[in-house]
Design a protein around this ligand. Structure first.
Ligand SMILES: *[C@@H]1O[C@H](CO)[C@@H](O)[C@H](O)[C@H]1NC(C)=O
Length: 286
């Protein structure tokens, strides 16, 4: 039963991709900085960012989105990537912005990258969770996904959920749901803090550092001129399954497996950091 549910979702999303997705970096993204260090290649199939001593580089989506299921494949800076950070995130603008973050903190050769995640709602973040990965993210492309619908935000790696941030507005926790966001990515030097707490610096003899992107896919509500391509947010006119997608039992178990074996920091377990009590969303829910 779970399997057939899964396949119907898969089928629905495949149909959606087939009919709506162009997946071309020229169409979907604009290079925003880096003076030639960011490049779109192979007729728009691939994109690379690079970093050297003088500058990093970055790009952003042309569209703004209000909810979506957004996938990107990344291959991270190989070898000695200590000090480098590859950020891939969604963000709105302004002082009370919302943000959903993946940040990949490099490491010396053969030591694991740290995948740092955070969620900002109404300008408030401080919701860090960090993971090591169960593979070497520099050897091959892997898919990093954000499911963002009115009920939840789910971070996934190769289809395995690693983190869920639920809508707990009924308990007074802000949730990103009214500010459209763009997708951003950048590669930059953060050797003052990124690797082993800032103790390991970027080795510039290894520059330029390069991260690669491909196979962007957004099943998403595009926000333009004050309205959503999905119709009203409370009663969307699309029947896309991701808009009310939940985590099924299998997904929950996989997420537990990741969190048990690969999570290296969880703000919800950091009692010293929150002497007044853990944030409300950290309370276990049904
Ligand atoms: C780098 O490797 C060290 C040692 O294995 C590990 O503790 C750390 O989490 C890794 N990641 C970063 C970004 O320092």
């Amino acid at each position: 039963m779970a399997a057939s549910y899964y396949y119907s979702i898969l089928l629905a999303s495949l149909l959606f991709i087939a009919t709506t997705c162009s997946a071309n970096f020229y169409n979907d993204f604009a290079i925003t900085w880096g003076d030639g260090r960011a490049n779109i290649l192979n007729n728009g199939d691939d994109l690379t960012l690079s970093l050297d001593k003088a500058s990093g580089s970055g790009f952003q989506s042309k569209n703004e989105y209000l909810f979506g299921k957004i996938d990107m494949q990344l291959k991270l800076v190989p070898g000695n990537s200590a000090g480098t950070v590859t950020a891939y995130y969604l963000s709105s603008q302004g002082p009370t912005h919302d943000e959903i973050d993946f940040e990949f903190l490099g490491n010396v050769s053969s030591q694991p990258y740290t995948l740092h995640t955070n969620v900002f709602a109404q300008g408030k973040g401080n919701r860090e969770q960090q993971f090591h990965l169960w593979f070497d993210p520099t050897k091959d492309f892997h898919t990093y996904s954000i499911l963002w619908n009115p009920q939840r935000i789910v971070f996934s790696v190769d289809g395995i959920p690693i983190r869920e941030f639920k809508n707990m507005e009924s308990q007074g926790v802000s949730f990103p749901k009214s500010q459209p966001m763009r997708i951003y990515s950048s590669l930059w030097n953060a050797d003052d803090w990124a690797t082993q707490g800032g103790r390991v610096k970027t080795d510039w003899t290894q520059a330029p550092f390069t991260a690669s992107y491909r196979k962007f896919n957004a099943d998403a509500c595009i926000w333009a001129a004050g309205s959503s391509s999905c119709g009203s947010v409370s009663t969307p006119s699309t029947s896309s399954s991701w808009l009310n997608q939940d985590l099924d039992t299998t997904s929950m178990e996989r997420m537990k497996w990741v969190q048990k074996n690969y999570m290296i920091y969880n703000y919800c377990a950091d009692i010293q950091r929150f002497p007044q009590g853990l944030p409300t969303e950290c309370a276990p829910t049904s």
